[in-house]
Ligand binder design. Sequence first.
Ligand code: ZN
Length: 218
Amino acid sequence: MKNIIFIAVHGTGKGTQCDLLTEKYKFNHLSTGELIRKAIKKQDDFAKDLEKTINSGKLVSDEVVLDLINDYIATNQSGEGIIFDGFPRTLNQALALDKLLANKKQKIDNVFYLEIAKEEALKRTMGRLICSNCQKSYNKFYDNLKPKQAGICDVCGGKLEQRSDDTEEAFNKLFDTFLEETLPILDYYEDKNILTKIDASMNQEDIFKKVEEKLKEV
Ligand SMILES: [Zn+2]
């Protein structure tokens, strides 16, 4: 069993890497966003509180997220291990996660940081187009990701749209906050000798090869 963390800003293809690993190696993919959405669907008192927090624009507290993770680990003991996606985001969360895992006689084995220059991440975000019908994503700034016909989905002929929150201002804020919060975590994992930095400007196949090579090391 191996537990892995992926750290990356929006627009680096982190989701693709998680999918590739889950498919090929039977990892359990723990996305905290997904956990929260599932918890809300349960409609119990806990779900109602959670929904209230989110609707008021507040962040879900670390305690709540850790509780959800704790439950998730208890019910997902099969497979290769867990990929943590979207958590931890702060040093406090990283410390709390280590403690939680230690209680279960587990630990984090590998941390992958998909590194990308700000200009490159901005270009990816601003070029992103989503099919309004089938949700397939494209990017108008990259030849291999462009639709065959501008503005039209290759698969279903639907209209391609830019997401309304993909603005340069929103991007800048997100990116700066990400770096500010994430750099201390990277130092923390580097000190433990479990951090691997990967150049996220490579294509998804090459990134995946790097991840696999690292996982095969004993
Ligand atoms: Zn489509």
